[in-house]
Design a protein around this ligand. Structure first.
Ligand SMILES: [Zn+2]
Length: 134
């Protein structure tokens, strides 16, 4: 059991850096987007973390705007064949959408820890539901 008291770290600072949201020292990832099972410094279990499609949503909604703008401009200005889009727009889109995935995932996992976000439960473990209190 870890009894050390940790300062509350800002998720928008430790998350994008890929650091543990509790201690800020341990690493969050063991691959590009794969989370470690736990922090190697403070032992925080990362099994709570479930950002689901959040990083992909934010990356595709906001970071693809330059490549989509380029694709629209290219199409309207030159009406090139599809292979031109394949060698220009596709690499640009991949270059703008993939790099932010990791910082976004780190930020969302750190935000889950910071806000203690979890699946909703109607009854806590060990409690008995009492219909009279409804
Ligand atoms: Zn840690």
């Amino acid at each position: 059991m870890n009894d050390r008291v940790y300062p509350k770290l800002k998720p928008y600072i430790v998350g994008p850096l890929g650091r543990c949201p509790r201690c800020g020292e341990g690493r969050l990832f063991c691959g590009f987007l794969t989370l470690r099972p736990s922090c190697e410094v403070c032992g925080l279990d990362f099994s709570y973390a479930d950002p689901a499609d959040g990083p992909a949503f934010f990356a595709s909604m906001f970071f693809c705007l330059p490549s989509i703008s380029f694709a629209v401009w290219l199409e309207l200005a030159f009406q090139p064949p599809y292979w031109v889009h394949a060698i220009t727009t596709l690499p640009l889109m991949l270059a703008t959408v993939i790099p932010p995935l990791r910082p976004l995932k780190g930020w969302l996992v750190a935000s889950q820890f910071y806000h203690k976000a979890a699946e909703g439960r109607l009854v806590r473990e060990g409690e008995v539901a009492d219909p009279r209190t409804w």
